[in-house]
Design a protein around this ligand. Structure first.
Ligand SMILES: [Fe+2]
Length: 203
């Protein structure tokens, strides 16, 4: 199924190269932070630029924070915000030190706009969720390797070949936003459940 897709920069991206690679993506601003809003769907989608050039950690520039506050005030449609670096600590210290460091600047903006129904991030290569800034904030799993779940004081995170996965967010008016964690490799296809004939719950 062909689906529209929208891109936000991660710490390994270079702004000029990203703009050149996706030069047919008209929503990408030609200069400055790569922040954008898509208003074509029932769910409004906002992308934020957290990249600090040459660094692994993320930050939201003052102009990004001001743009976000103003953009959120412009519509009360349910809104999903995507940013590469997670704004909350996870307890995995090797990743927490390279998260979005000025999370305290973002939190009140999210909390001030209750129509923010989800914050989604990546970067940590591990599925993690918490309530944050008045909404549910989710880190997507890695689509290749995962980061090792390790709550010790290890300075550097490590990676492991746990199953690649991604988040699928489904919007409908009846359910609003529902998120599924789905695995990417070929696991052999769907198989029917077979129930005992006398199993009372077969209906
Ligand atoms: Fe990253």
């Amino acid at each position: 199924m062909a689906a529209p897709y929208f891109v936000i920069p991660g710490n390994h991206d270079r702004h000029a190269r990203l703009r050149a690679a996706f030069d047919d993506h008209a929503y990408l601003p030609a200069e400055g932070p790569i922040n954008w809003v898509i208003d074509d769907f029932a769910l409004r989608i906002i992308g934020l630029d957290t990249v600090v050039p040459g660094k692994s950690h993320g930050e939201l520039a003052p102009e990004t924070l001001a743009w976000l506050d103003e953009t959120l005030a412009g519509s009360d449609k349910p809104t999903l915000i995507g940013l590469h670096h997670p704004p909350f600590p996870t307890g995995i210290l090797g990743m927490d030190r390279i998260k979005c460091l000025n999370d305290a600047d973002l939190q009140p903006i999210s909390a001030r706009h209750p129509h923010v129904v989800r914050l989604v991030a990546g970067h940590h290569h591990r599925p993690v969720q918490t309530t944050w800034g008045g909404t549910l904030c989710q880190i997507a799993p890695g689509v290749a390797h995962q980061v090792v779940l390790n709550f010790t004081d290890r300075e550097m995170a490590e990676w492991v070949l746990e199953p690649p996965a991604m988040l699928i967010h489904r919007w409908s008016p009846e359910t609003e936003l529902i998120t599924h964690n789905t695995y990417i490799r070929d696991y052999g296809g769907a198989k029917p459940f077979r129930l005992d004939p006398d199993y009372p719950g077969k209906d």
